[in-house]
Write a protein that binds this ligand. Sequence first.
Ligand code: MTE
Length: 368
Amino acid sequence: MKQSSAKLRAARAQRMPLRGKQKMILRSRRYLNLEMPVRLLDTWLTPVELFYVRNHLTQPRVNLPEWRLRVSGEVNPFELTFADLEKLPQATVTNTLECAGNGRTFYRPRVRGTEWTRGAVGTATFTGPRLADVLHRAGVKAGGKHVAFDGLDEPSRKVPDFIRSIPIEKAMHPDTLLATMMNGAPLTPEHGFPVRALVPGWIGAASVKWLAEVRVLDRELDGHFMKAYRLPKRPVAPGEPVSPEEMAAMTALDVKSIIARPGDGSRWKLGPLHITGAAWAGEADIVRVDVSTDFGRTWQPADLRREQAKYAWRLWDFTWTPPATGCYVLLSRATDSSGRRQPLLPSWNPGGYFWNVIDQVRIHVVKA
Ligand code: MTE
């Protein structure tokens, strides 16, 4: 009797803390981090139910009638209500959002942090006024060089406030939004209701959720979460300590592809096999994805699906008939419009960021 109630409690504890996200992998409950199982990736736009969640702190509750967006710093300060934002011209940007730490778990030596594998990424349409329209109204002074976003999530005893800045050029870009909608519906609480920054093509951390303040600064923000998302300026040895002066803030995403299906370790009957996945490149475009089925000896181009938009991933397909039963490793390698190609080996870094090594899954082909 005792044992079965303990089992019941354990089962309940395992249950997904967020309604509608039952299919996700729970990476941590406090603070909430949910990863998309990549085998479920089969649509260009990721449904909100499958969109990863990355929270550094407790999600705030927002009362919309009381909510204001403060615009401050090197401007003539003012406040906006949600209705004010809705009255501004609206723009829609389709963006692949990826957490900089996606793939961290593959680094050796291991790096501390959320143990993302491949699913801290998703693509959605984001709609809202352009940040540039709000900044123009505020009249940015000559000294305004960076724009900091402060979210409503409160610092805890161990984790400082989540504030991040981007350079003024990116803030003024017409595709940088104060997004109020995701996939045509109001933002859900976990994705930043009522308003989040959308900094397209850049690491997910730039797109601050639950916005409370947009502050124009004369220099890059010097806060905890600016120091956190940094990469060494030169390649370093795995495990080597790197001083803060040798690190630079991360901006746009690198080129990357993942194999969504078949799943790693899966078994297939001998016959034609449909391989599918996604590829993205931040502010650049994917120009090709190549697949290897013979341990990287030869590569053949995959078919890129039609749906495309600047900043959004391309889905791709490749059909292959294994020559015989056995164990195979499938590899995918993307190339982008700026000439970047996925590397063969990782460039280790202390934060475990930007994992974009050629993707691989091992499959077992059995008798038909
Ligand atoms: N904004 C706030 N206020 N607090 C956060 O913890 N996490 C950031 C960013 N914006 C975060 C935030 C990180 S690290 C990522 S990768 C994205 O939100 C994730 O967005 P999502 O949860 O909507 O997928």
